[in-house]
Design a protein around this ligand. Structure first.
Ligand code: GLC
Length: 559
């Protein structure tokens, strides 16, 4: 491996930024964000240091699930612009050094999709088999629904033919039947279309549900005896069409199954997987001021092939799910970060953004992001995290965190010039409103969260150890401190984070180091000498953090 490999295997050191075009920037004053608005903000994203944009669904939609119920896999929602506008964005992003990936939502379609309209019209429809049907009354499946506040069965009776269809999510999102080879062909064809327009891959939605073939009858299931074969085919298809396209999968499952979705040691299925487990244990660690749970989650990650990667994150567009924690652990996180029932959703998650959960304490917020960027993997940000946006709990469910981007302290936070009542979603008000939290003010303030995030991103990009290296926990005596190192080639990067409020003095011993080495601070000025035996004592404030590069006298790395 060498430094130039980081360009071929770009996703291992990328900085991914997720945004929804409709809430990012409105350029035609209709209250809804659009591709033209996004194009105007690409320089901002490049300046932030983003290298890959992840666009949430921009396709025509019946809008029951905020765009995740698609009516045309080849279209662009006219409220956002045209195919031409999308291509302009992709091309301009590429020019600024950013790739673009998009949500691929193919576990289901909208019930308004022409395939489903045809399928439900008659059992003889040529599209009938695109979906999963049963003719006998379904058993109780209330424990299997994803959205328990709205659904109590994964089967919905379709009056027209008197049969039930499968839907894992809302009833308006009938599941596609991937045992039908025609469905698999259609999925690949749609992917090929967007790749041809310049996308660099996809964030694949709900992958375990996509592969699931239960509910299909036995003869159907026999057509796809190993559903993972379908993922292998898609990965190789993307590779053939683009060379370096990626599949970033939403697979919130325990480690052994995650390993399978990577394709095991062959690494020939999903390129990247979100690290849902580390995310959940990170919150437990923050809640308890105990680095143990996070350390354990990181060390328990299955080993993945060198081409694969974990995508790390602290927040996304959905609920902050805590489904993999025990009841007591989940309660501890709820108590710390969302005690009010209005802050919780589905009995398993929080619908808040990070800064309000940390009581707006700048030390804790910065420590949490410093930790995120120092973890082994590829960091993924959700728009607005870089400026510390908050949520609007008056909005329905997960929409609380999907409010318009806050650009200025002006009207509608600079998101749109339309009258307030016409906005796609209201702008956050109160302490996290645009008067207090916005891009324009933070851009010119060297002490702002935005400036700090730029520094983290730059340092992350300069430390390919973080994306590529071997992760190792470093022994030290404090339960509330996480000390770790990532080593790659001749580089070693050490990160130390204090999850607790008390200042700590952290003794470290670095294997293979002696007094010819030093620890150079990467987030502040200064450096620390190492003893003959490679020992050093690092001081951390309460919620303090340090990133340090191990250098030796003959090191040619720039600090
Ligand atoms: C994924 C998305 C979520 C969506 C669901 C159904 O979980 O992240 O936002 O509602 O799939 O498509």
């Amino acid at each position: 491996m060498k430094i130039t490999d980081t360009s071929d295997v770009w996703w291992k050191t990328a900085v991914v930024y997720c945004l929804d075009v409709e809430t990012f920037m409105d350029w035609n004053d209709d209250g809804c964000g659009d591709f033209e608005g996004l194009a105007q903000r690409l320089d901002y994203l490049a300046e932030l240091g983003v290298t890959c944009l992840w666009l949430m669904p921009f396709y025509p939609t019946a809008d029951v699930d905020d765009g995740y119920d698609i009516t045309d896999f080849y279209g662009v929602d006219p409220r956002l612009g045209t195919h031409g506008d999308l291509v302009e964005v992709v091309r301009t992003a590429n020019d600024r050094g950013m790739r673009v990936i998009a949500d691929l939502v193919v576990n289901h379609t909208s019930n308004k999709h022409p395939w489903f309209r045809s399928a439900e019209s008659s059992i003889d429809s040529p599209y009938r088999d695109f979906y999963v049907w049963r003719s006998d009354p379904p058993p109780d499946t209330s424990s299997e629904v994803v959205f328990p506040d709205k659904e109590n069965s994964i089967w919905q009776l379709s009056e027209k033919t008197g049969e039930w269809y499968l839907h894992r999510f809302y009833r308006q999102q009938p599941d596609l039947n991937v045992t039908d080879p025609k469905v698999r062909d259609e999925i690949a064809k749609a992917m090929g279309f967007w790749l041809e327009l310049g996308l660099s891959g996809f964030r694949m939605d709900a992958v375990p549900f996509l592969l699931e073939t239960s509910g299909t009858d036995r003869a159907e299931a026999r057509r796809l005896p190993d559903p993972h074969e379908f993922l292998r085919q898609l990965r190789s298809f993307v590779g053939r069409r683009t060379g370096s396209g990626v599949l970033l999968g939403e697979v919130n499952l325990p480690h052994p199954q995650q390993a399978q979705f990577f394709g095991g040691e062959n690494g020939n299925e999903l390129t990247m997987l979100f690290d849902f487990l580390s995310m959940q244990y990170l919150y437990l660690s923050l809640a308890r001021a105990d680095a143990g749970p996070l350390a354990q989650a990181l060390t328990a990650r299955p080993k993945v092939s060198p081409d694969n990667q974990w995508a790390t994150f602290v927040r996304n567009h959905d609920e902050l799910t805590l489904d993999k924690l025990s009841d007591a652990e989940r309660e501890a996180v709820f108590a710390a970060f969302g005690p009010d029932p209005s802050m919780q959703v589905y009995g398993r998650g929080l619908r808040r953004r990070l800064p309000p959960m940390l009581d707006g304490d700048p030390r804790r917020i910065r420590m949490a992001y410093s930790l995120l960027f120092s973890l082994p993997g590829t960091p993924v940000l959700f728009y607005g995290e870089e400026i510390g946006m908050g949520e609007d709990l008056d909005l329905e469910g997960r929409m609380a965190v999907r409010t318009p981007m806050q650009w200025t302290s002006g009207v509608n936070g600079g998101f749109s010039r339309a009258p307030k009542r016409r906005l796609r979603r209201p702008v956050v008000s109160g302490g996290y409103g645009p008067e207090h939290v916005n891009v324009a003010d933070q851009r010119t303030d060297p002490d702002s969260l935005l400036s700090f995030m730029k520094l983290l991103i730059r340092r992350y990009r300069e430390c390919p150890e973080l994306g590529w290296g071997e992760f190792e926990l470093l022994d030290q005596p404090h339960a509330d401190v996480l000390a770790h190192q990532c080593r790659w080639e001749d580089g070693t990067m050490v990160a130390v984070h204090n999850l607790g409020a008390e200042p700590r003095s952290v003794p470290l011993t670095l294997d293979g180091c002696d007094s010819t080495h030093r620890l150079e601070d990467l987030l502040q000025d200064g450096s620390t000498p190492l003893s003959d035996k490679g020992k050093a004592e690092l001081r951390l404030e309460g919620y303090g953090y340090r990133w340090l590069r191990v250098t030796s006298a003959d090191s040619r790395r720039l600090v």
